[in-house]
Design a protein around this ligand. Structure first.
Ligand code: TRP
Length: 373
């Protein structure tokens, strides 16, 4: 394999991703012991969510039954794919734990960083939000908004955009350059708006007072968190509680790299048909198996690089004992690539059948929701 240099920032992720190096470079903490409610979730048990900043204050709030928030967002560019479901699961997980849930549709960011119109973002967002609901998010118990249209309540809308503007004073140009590398005025504004996204729950117009807020994201978003954390402590007009964050691994693309909506052969979409899922896995999923059956039986496969195995580990096989057996059998050569792929195809299709049913049911409600806010 050719070693490529890697780039990881909010607007570009490419090359081989070395998570350990990123942990050091970004100064984030590997996740250690967590309370049992977390370990019921495969993401936490298996370290798919692998690192954090300041998660402790959120854990304390949960333990002491004190209010806390969860804030995250997705930029609606390109088709929603199964990699996005990981963040959606976190929205639902924290909603069930009692968090005040805030979710941004990052249409201003898509406009400034990707050149996508607000109308297109709104259309694509519908697909994302349908998936949120199908994953179990209760829209009535969260504050989901478009960055371009924060609220019909003027007090709230003003407070959010006001915060973005006030934060600008505390960010320096050098900091922007150091955090983001290549930077344009549009990207600067997007970064400040994202800081406002993450912090505004703590304003008098929203939750009324400072509170811990956890932000689940992919690690590419950490530069935004560094900036927001830094400026939130410099601005004295509010007494912001420092933000907490957790980081998920990237879902690998079918043939390696990161799953990406801009590479159609890299992803599976929640709306794919059973035939499409089967074709994509069989044709594109990178295999850690050997070239011939004979060789595979003799030498065994490598689950660490096998994309099908990684999908089972990251999302589709809940049962740890079954996963361990699959891993052992694949390593020993008892389980073939064909059998492993078939197992995954069946798992994904079973999941998607239910998911798509829930998605269909949500349609009327989501449409009303989107065009009313
Ligand atoms: N920048 C994020 C993305 O590219 C979207 C986003 C906007 C976000 N505001 C946020 C994520 C606040 C977390 C918290 O997907």
């Amino acid at each position: 394999m050719v070693k490529k240099g890697s780039v990881v920032n909010p607007w570009e992720v490419s090359g081989d991703i070395n998570y350990e190096k990123l942990i050091k470079e970004f100064g984030i903490e590997p996740l250690k012991e967590l309370p049992p409610v977390f370990n019921k979730e495969l993401e936490y048990r298996r370290k798919i969510i692998f690192a954090h900043r300041d998660i402790q204050r959120v854990l304390l709030a949960i333990r002491d039954k004190k209010p806390f928030g969860m804030m995250t967002g997705l930029m609606p560019t390109g088709k929603c794919h199964i990699g996005h479901l990981m963040i959606m699961k976190q929205m639902v997980f924290f909603q069930k734990l009692g968090a005040r849930v805030y979710i941004a549709v990052a249409d201003i960011e898509a406009y400034n960083a990707r050149g996508q119109s607000l109308e297109d973002s709104r259309k694509i967002a519908e697909d994302y939000i349908l998936n949120y609901v199908a994953m179990g998010l209760d829209l009535n118990k969260c504050d989901l908004y478009f960055q371009s249209d924060r609220s019909k309540d003027a007090e709230k809308a003003n407070a959010y955009y006001r915060l973005q503007n006030l934060l600008a004073r505390y960010a320096t140009f050098n900091e922007f350059k150091a955090v983001y590398g290549d930077i344009s005025p549009g990207k600067m504004l997007s970064a400040l708006l994202q800081a406002a996204d993450m912090l505004h729950a703590q304003l008098p117009e929203f939750e009324g007072k400072p509170l811990p807020v956890i932000v689940p994201v992919g690690i590419d978003q950490d530069p935004h968190l560094r900036l927001a954390r830094d400026i939130s402590q410099k601005i004295k007009d509010f007494n912001f509680t420092q933000l907490s964050s957790i980081y998920t691994l990237f879902m690998p693309g079918l043939s390696g790299g990161k799953m990406s909506a801009s590479i159609p052969t890299s992803y599976i979409a929640p709306i794919d048909t059973p035939k499409e899922v089967e074709m994509k896995i069989k044709k594109y999923a990178f295999s850690g198996g050997q070239a011939t059956l004979e060789e595979h039986r003799a030498k065994g496969g490598n689950p660490d690089v096998d994309v099908s195995f990684q999908y089972l580990r990251m999302m589709f096989e809940e049962d740890d004992a079954k996963l361990a057996k699959i891993e052992a059998d694949y390593r020993s050569g008892k389980l073939t690539t064909g059998e492993l792929k078939q197992y995954l195809i069946d798992k994904i299709n079973k999941f998607l059948a239910k998911h798509q049913e829930k998605r269909e049911k949500a349609k009327g409600m989501v449409e009303k929701f989107i065009y009313k806010i």
